[in-house]
Design a protein. Structure first.
Length: 395
């Protein structure tokens, strides 16, 4: 299939093609190859009923049984009502005989070791490594998704690997990797796998971070937050039209989830991909930044990222850097203390500055930290010059 043809195919049509996609990121890091020696490819469970349906092994969480064998998923705001032998929107959970099961527990299709700055999390353990993993599937369909080869397919269309929560945590402890990052696709759809890893990690001293679109219901999020260390939310826009037409989602549940994270006092950062003509108006930036300061506080880092055409959104040009600078100025004037510009190499806004004296505290070049002068005392970070506390998790 040509690149031009790919851009014409929507998610449902793509699933019908049955195209097999290779695992993104797998074996691209030599260290990871040796680290995961013995990891074997894992097919979906081979137990089948008379109709040939593949039976999963792990029952899903947060669902309601309905009459006539139907179930209603309660993980995300879609609240999919699923008939027998059918799947929800995400494509990774199936109703079998009136019970709902996940097909992807312990079966990631993408695994890698990343710098935490890649997530991006800039106020969380700088220069540390994150054991990053994802399964197939997503509960949105962003037209510009950079990982669409795994997020917009079903688990049987990619190569999966046998990687239990116990193996994940053991590998992190063996290599002294600080965190597990649930990333690349949308971790909400592999909630049960994520929760089991997070619980085990908390018991054994391995931190966990969730890289998410924030499209999750309050109950599951509150349960998960008991075990997570940090969250990064891709804040798609501050208008419902963008969420509905570009991402096949909704804004209000994300806003409510952000308020919940703030109330739970878990560390989180926001990423806003600035898409020209679609979510980049001055009024939208002003309203969003005012809302962030009012509802989430001034210490929430905001990453403004440059858009590049990809997947199904190729008719929009890259974001002008001047537009990113303008948006950053609006955010700073609104009172947000830490505002970054991403996807623009060597931009001065890659760095962290003291919000009071403006001293450069952390210097970055892409995902690499080239300088860090934050002083740590009692697990808190401070500017070495004016002693202002710098919000984040530093040790």
């Amino acid at each position: 299939m040509s690149e031009q043809d790919r851009n014409k195919v929507d998610r449902r049509s793509f699933l019908k093609t049955g195209g097999l996609m290779s695992c993104m990121g797998w074996l691209h890091v030599p260290e990871l190859t040796g680290m995961l020696t013995g990891l074997t490819p894992a097919a979906l469970p081979e137990h089948r009923d008379q109709g040939g349906l593949v039976l999963p092994l792990k029952e899903a969480m947060f669902y309601t049984k309905l009459p006539d064998g139907m179930v209603q998923c309660e993980i995300c705001p879609r609240e999919c009502r699923v008939a027998k032998q059918e799947r929800g929107y995400c494509g990774v959970k199936v109703n079998y005989d009136g019970k709902y099961y996940t097909l992807v527990h312990s079966r990631p299709c993408s695994v890698n070791i990343d710098p935490i700055e890649k997530k991006p999390l800039f106020h969380y353990l700088p220069q540390s490594a994150a054991f990053s993993l994802a399964t197939a599937g997503c509960n949105m369909m962003c037209k510009y998704c950079q990982n669409w080869q795994i997020s917009q397919v079903r688990p049987e269309q990619v190569k999966n690997y046998d990687l239990s929560p116990q193996k994940v945590i053991a590998l992190c402890k063996e290599r002294q990797i600080a965190s597990v990052a649930f990333t690349y696709s949308e971790p909400v759809i592999f909630y049960e796998y994520m929760l089991d890893i997070a619980k085990l990690g908390k018991d054994q001293g391995v931190k966990t971070v969730m890289i998410s679109n924030g499209f999750i219901k309050p109950g599951p999020m509150e349960e998960l937050a008991r075990y997570l260390t940090a969250v990064k939310i891709d804040f798609k826009a501050f208008n419902e039209k963008f969420y509905a037409e570009v991402c096949a989602g909704h804004l209000q549940p994300v806003l409510e989830n952000l308020i919940l994270l703030h109330r739970l006092k878990i560390w989180f950062e926001l990423v806003y991909l600035v898409v020209p003509t679609l979510n980049d108006s001055v009024s939208e930036f002003e309203r969003m930044c005012t809302w962030i300061v009012s509802e989430l506080g001034a210490d929430v880092p905001l990453h403004l990222s440059r858009f590049y055409p990809q997947y199904q959104l190729t008719n929009v040009p890259p974001t002008p850097i001047s537009q990113l600078d303008m948006a950053r100025n609006i955010a700073l004037e609104a009172g947000i203390r830490y505002v970054y510009i991403g996807n623009v190499p060597r931009h001065e806004a890659e760095n962290t500055y003291c919000p009071k004296c403006h001293k450069k505290l952390i210097e970055r070049r892409g995902y690499a930290v080239t300088m860090n002068v934050i002083k740590i005392k009692d697990d808190k970070g401070f500017c070495p010059d004016c002693q202002t506390e710098i919000a984040g998790i530093w040790s």
